[in-house]
Design a protein around this ligand. Sequence first.
Ligand SMILES: Nc1ncnc2c1ncn2[C@@H]1O[C@H](COP(=O)(O)OP(=O)(O)OP(=O)(O)O)[C@@H](O)[C@H]1O
Ligand SMILES: [Mg+2]
Length: 300
Amino acid sequence: MSLFQSNIDGIPLFNRGKVRDIYDLGDKLLLVATDRISAFDYVLPSIIPDKGKILTSMSVFWFNFTQDIVPNHLETADFNSFPDMLKPFGNQLEGRSMLVKKARRIDIECIARGYLVGSGYKDYLNQKPVNGQINLHGYRLPTGIKLAEKLPQPIFTPATKEDNGHDINIDYDKMADIIGDDLASELRRLTLAIYTKAADYALTKGIIIADTKFEFGILNDRIILIDEILSPDSSRFWPVATYKPGQNPESFDKQFIRDWLETCGWNKSSPPPQLPLEIIDKTVLKYKEAHRLLVGKEID
Ligand SMILES: Nc1ncnc2c1ncn2[C@@H]1O[C@H](COP(=O)(O)OP(=O)(O)OP(=O)(O)O)[C@@H](O)[C@H]1O
Ligand SMILES: [Mg+2]
């Protein structure tokens, strides 16, 4: 069954994001990945069938893959072990939801970048060189880095979490002012360690993880990794095969959608149009391919 929006009667909604519906179970949260898709900051009216299942399976894979670096909030994604009150909702939840420990969220987006693109590249271009180097969020980088070029080493570029509107990139020092030095430096260390391990692995599977965002929380005085991790919604995935520094890379998952939206006559300031079936089909295949390459099996 495809799912545009979940409706779990009797359980309070914690948040409805662009793609996920989150329910509040007291000391736990239920994260439901729907088949919604967003592009250019809009939720599209079309669904990408099974996208939520594919992303849930990927997230579970990554949580297991990174748990030697930091503990995470995942309790179970196995519907059979969900609490009884959720049992009537199997057709909405099975395969696309995770039961997680609720934590006290740290309000910083922890971003790691291995390649320079997007707002990171924009910030880079806006800096004046000093002694032949560019200071980007506290890192000294050479001048002349091309669009989407690989960085000498991955960098940590935090942002504040803004409830309304876009998150704001901040310097590490500003982050340390907000949450304290010890916590800031530990989150930087963890972010770079998780990114590096995941990106090295993905590269062997033909996928570049150009950058990614993590959120952390505190539970019982310990740092845990929360939210979703290393999904195409929280990261940039590029196919190695077509990557070329200096060129705007193909996005692994949304390229067909973006290309079609760019040429269909939509003005990007009104509700977006329905996608043609052919574009939806191609996109589903891309998501399945990413899943197969990274997780090493087909989605059930
Ligand atoms: N274990 C957790 N404990 C507490 N809060 C969590 C946990 N896991 C995720 N969250 C929070 O739950 C919310 C999930 O919402 P979601 O990411 O779906 O939507 P959003 O961030 O509002 O919008 P977007 O769709 O742009 O991501 C986020 O605010 C996230 O920080
Ligand atoms: Mg979010």
